[in-house]
Design a protein around this ligand. Structure first.
Ligand code: CU
Length: 176
């Protein structure tokens, strides 16, 4: 399911997507079609980056940055995080040099069956388990993009856990 980071940034898309999906897939930079998310609560987290305390036992699979048109300054990261360790990993932040801020997001069903997302203080990858990042569930977002993203380029992202450990991985910019 395509994913629009913020309806507030691009109010026209929600209306367009209701009309026709095919009409939107006209060009290489056509807008992602469906505005799943209604609500961006926008408290910017204080960037209290602790000194790195080691590397988290994580693996990232199918890590994808959603391609957005150049005027859109936020995007989402989907994929799967595998925790190869024996204890849960409590993620507390994400950052990338290409973005002013990174956020952890959760998606919840709101009234009327629509989905809304909001910022989360933490996301947990269970011990020996995985956390799936998707437009209908937990995911990561990059806000205040500093430059347009190119389809096919790999962005470097760093996740930080509450214990100060970090995990750096690459995510490829793709159309949803
Ligand atoms: Cu989102």
């Amino acid at each position: 399911m395509p994913h629009i980071p913020s309806r507030r940034v691009l109010p026209g898309v929600a209306i367009l997507s209701a009309l026709s999906l095919s009409a939107l897939s006209l060009s290489a930079l056509s807008l992602p079609a469906v505005a799943q998310h209604m609500d961006h609560s926008m408290p910017i987290p204080a960037a209290t980056a602790k000194a790195s305390a080691g590397t988290l036992p994580l693996k990232a699979m199918n890590a994808t940055v959603v391609a957005v048109p150049p005027m859109i300054k936020e995007t989402s990261i989907f994929g799967t995080l595998m925790n190869t360790g024996k204890t849960p990993i409590v993620l507390s932040g994400v950052q990338a040099s290409v973005a002013g801020q990174g956020m952890l997001m959760v998606t919840k069903k709101a009234s009327g069956g629509m989905q809304g997302m909001s910022m989360a203080e933490t996301l947990t990858v269970p011990a020996g388990g995985k956390l799936v990042l998707s437009d209908i569930g937990d995911h990561l977002m990059l806000m205040n993009l500093k430059r347009p993203l190119k389809i096919g380029e790999a962005l470097t992202l760093t996740l930080r856990a509450t214990d100060g450990r970090t995990f750096t991985f690459k995510a490829t910019v793709k159309k949803p």
